[in-house]
Ligand binder design. Structure first.
Ligand SMILES: Cc1cc2nc3c(=O)[nH]c(=O)nc-3n(C[C@H](O)[C@H](O)[C@H](O)COP(=O)(O)O)c2cc1C
Length: 162
């Protein structure tokens, strides 16, 4: 099983969770990990506010987005200002060859309602591009360093992969 692991993290929690998932996926086969990075604008709060409404204008560094060679895509998604990260949204819109792929969307959040709203939005975007098998994992940021809980939540999703 070959996995592509992609995440964005502003404050570090999604990075922590995603590296844990990458470690687990690596036990099942090859796993490549990439952090989505802004070409510019990460440090500019006005630009980030603008991107929240117009993610089309976000410029991100190029990372693999064609899933042809992968069985699984794991997305580490921080929920910020009631939205998924704009940089990650931009990446998700560029993903190709998603038919029949397993996609784990892992949301790191503060408010459950926000996270569910983001999940609905991202599911819609992914399903527009094909027919993936999507599994959502919701991790409250306060539980990120609860090792037992984090392991359980991630392993539950990873072990269900076909
Ligand atoms: C400025 C700011 C805005 C946030 N807005 C939301 C929000 O609207 N909904 C939510 O569920 N969590 C929100 N959170 C909590 C983040 O999801 C949480 O801090 C998460 O760890 C961010 O991911 P990161 O550490 O990988 O950057 C917010 C956090 C910050 C600092």
């Amino acid at each position: 099983m070959k996995s592509l692991v992609v995440y964005y993290s502003h404050y570090g929690n999604t990075a922590f969770v995603t590296h844990k998932a990458w470690t687990e996926l690596s036990k099942k086969g090859e796993a490549d990990i990439f952090e989505v990075e802004y070409i510019n604008g990460k440090k500019n709060i006005i630009k980030r506010f603008f991107y929240r409404f117009f993610p089309f204008f976000v410029k991100i560094k190029s990372i693999p987005s064609d899933l042809s060679a992968y069985d699984v895509l794991f997305l580490g998604i921080p929920v910020l200002a009631a939205h998924p990260s704009s940089a990650l949204l931009k990446y998700i819109k560029s993903v190709q060859s998603i038919d029949n792929k397993n996609i784990i969307c892992c949301y790191v959040y503060g408010l459950e309602l926000s996270a569910k709203h983001c999940a609905a939005k991202i599911t819609k975007i992914l399903e527009k591009s094909g027919h993936p098998r999507i599994a959502n994992v919701f991790i409250p940021w306060i539980n990120v360093h609860n090792a037992d809980l984090l392991d359980k939540m991630l392993l539950d999703a990873i072990n269900k992969l076909s």
